[in-house]
Design a protein around this ligand. Structure first.
Ligand code: AMP
Ligand code: GLY
Length: 436
């Protein structure tokens, strides 16, 4: 791809609110001629072209790239990265010159293996919780290790487990049983044949996002998401029920600490380890007494964090991606609005447990104050219907969290589908003065 070309056809892999937000932002680029999303949703079909392809089917992705003369691929979710889609492109004569935004298999291990990411942090002096890893063969040692810890006990499946592989347990007996279930009885399949047991960290959680070309980086706006289904952060974990950016208590002094203690050693660590990383790094942090510790790395953007982070970026996202592809990111302009963005996720009744799809969604056309990022939606005849647990994220801007949230909630009042649900308290912990 010539760096100065003025047209660009880009393919986004994925189907959630995150991918709709990427499409929304990329369409604003002066260079983009066409955005494709595979498989996409009803929202992406309005502004981009959806392709009915499973991102895990690399051969189908290749056919689409060649057929539509795609010049760049952005990978939304982690699974294709962990499975090696970037390596697949590099190994293919017809695809190897097409940049993929997202790490190769070696870098994707930061999310694909908790054990790898913990070793990485230890090796490069990045602050994180104390831990040890165990397998079926070392189950008894694992139980003894649990006895040395105080509750609550944190057990993590080593591999990808669709966000379900982390258990936090109060009882030692339960922790021992669950460890055995994970390593010996494959509670999370292959993903839990190795389990990381780690120290429980108290504190406040927030996320920092980095875009890197492997040499330089840009720190994107911070965000906080709300993972539990219930108000007051109660009930089952979900993919995320809402998000706010920036995180008000993450002031510039704190962010500088994160940059020095976490971001720089991470980028340098990748360089030292010979991992050529081109893409996003989503760093989950726990902060206690003003000091950050890394809970986890993800090798992609968060969802719904993307729905508040990207709309705040004023720079041309495609320019930044070209910087990633050509390792010229340090030359690219990067600016962010001071306005606050909030997003509230509207979900299907029953989610994150069983729910029904196919409900007709009405009122979307009346929303003018907010941006509607579709997640689990699809088109049926002339209607838009629900097609997943998380249905759409309603993003609004304002000078304060309260005003932005009021706007998101006013917009949600205009939307209707049977059994629709959403949290009415997003940001509840931030409107008072939270201190790190
Ligand atoms: P992870 O998939 O590693 O992000 O873990 C999921 C969630 O579990 C995190 O967002 C935290 O809320 C919680 N968590 C993970 N590790 C720890 C830890 N060591 N101490 C306290 N909470 C944790
Ligand atoms: N919102 C959390 C995630 O994307 O993993």
């Amino acid at each position: 791809m010539p760096e100065n070309s003025n047209t660009m056809k880009i393919l986004i892999l994925g189907s959630g609110g995150r991918e709709h937000a990427f499409a929304y932002k990329l369409i604003q680029s002066e260079k983009i001629t066409e955005v494709y999303v595979a498989p996409g949703n009803a929202g992406t079909s309005e502004t981009a072209s959806n392709l009915d392809i499973n991102p895990m089917d690399f051969i189908a992705v290749k056919s689409a790239v060649l057929e539509h003369q795609i010049q760049m691929v952005l990978v939304g979710p982690e699974a294709p990265l962990v499975e090696g889609i970037h390596d697949f492109f590099l190994a293919d004569d017809q695809l190897q010159t097409i940049p993929v935004i997202g790490p190769k298999k070696d870098g994707a291990l930061l999310e694909g293996s908790k054990d790898f990411s913990k070793e990485f942090m230890l090796r490069h002096g990045i602050p994180t919780a104390q831990y040890q890893s165990f397998t079926k063969e070392t189950l008894e040692e694992g139980k003894l290790f649990l006895e040395t810890l105080s509750p609550p006990y944190v057990l993590k499946a080593d591999g990808l487990a669709a966000g379900k592989g982390v258990l936090i347990l109060d009882s030692l007996e339960k922790a021992k049983t669950e460890l055995e279930e994970m390593v010996s009885n494959q509670k999370f399949g292959d993903a839990s044949s190795r389990v990381v047991i780690e120290e429980f960290l108290e504190g406040i959680e927030l996320s920092v996002f980095v875009l890197t070309d492997g040499k330089s980086y840009k720190i994107l706006p911070s965000a906080k998401d709300y993972k539990r289904i219930g108000e007051g952060d109660t009930g089952l974990n979900t993919g995320g029920m809402g998000a706010i950016s920036p995180v008000p208590f993450a002031d510039s002094k704190f962010l500088q600490k994160v940059e020095e203690q976490v971001v720089k050693p991470t980028i340098n660590g990748l360089l030292i380890d010979g991992i050529d990383y081109r893409g996003f790094i989503f760093i989950g942090l726990m902060v206690a007494n003003g000091n950050p510790k890394v809970i986890e790395y993800n090798v992609r953007m968060g969802d719904p964090e993307t729905e508040v982070v990207l709309p705040r970026i004023q720079s041309d996202l495609l320019e930044l991606f070209e910087g990633v592809a050509h390792q010229t990111l340090d030359e690219k302009e990067f600016s962010v609005t001071d306005q606050i963005a909030t997003t509230v996720m509207v979900v299907s009744g029953g989610y994150p447990e069983a729910y029904t799809k196919g409900k007709v969604i009405s009122g979307l056309e009346t929303i003018q104050e907010s941006i509607v990022f579709h997640a689990g939606t699809t088109n049926k005849d002339t209607s838009i219907i629900t097609n997943g647990g998380r249905v759409m994220a309603i993003t609004s801007f304002a000078d304060s969290i309260e005003e932005a949230l009021d706007t998101s909630y006013r917009s949600i009042d205009k939307i209707h589908f049977e059994k629709m649900n959403y949290r009415k308290d997003i940001g509840f912990d931030l409107t008072t003065t939270t201190k790190l």
